[in-house]
Design a protein around this ligand. Structure first.
Ligand SMILES: [Zn+2]
Length: 119
């Protein structure tokens, strides 16, 4: 599964960072673009699987959805895409493939545990 390998790389990166800073991670914040090609639910499930038997077990993956922003040549400005099914400017209807935002798949924050909780 595509999402599992992504989840594993997220977990790997978080573990490395946690080790480097000597912290316990309670949650990982991820920015996920609508065009990233990743299914959010599958990723959330895969994250839990990837965390098993690691220090991240029991931590949470918090996904922030990033909408698609395109640049419309007609309007000469950035526009929020209404649907990923239709690559057209919401204002003038001109087709556009000039994507400025929406392909993100990046960890942008780690939440740190205040105190270590073992179960
Ligand atoms: Zn336009």
């Amino acid at each position: 599964m595509h999402e599992l390998s992504i989840a594993m790389s997220i977990v790997d990166a978080a573990l490395e960072e946690a080790q480097r800073r000597g912290i316990q991670v309670s949650a990982v914040h991820l920015r996920l673009g609508a065009l990233s090609g990743v299914v959010k639910d599958a990723l959330l499930f895969s994250y839990e699987v990837a965390c098993q038997d690691t220090p991240l077990q029991g931590s949470q993956l918090i996904v922030e959805d990033v909408p698609v922003i395109v640049f419309c040549l007609q309007c000469q400005k950035e526009q929020l895409l209404q649907s990923v099914q239709l690559f057209a400017c919401p204002e003038c209807g001109a087709p556009t493939m000039n994507v400025r935002q929406g392909k993100e798949l990046e960890v942008f924050a780690l939440e740190v545990k205040e105190e270590e909780v073992r179960r």
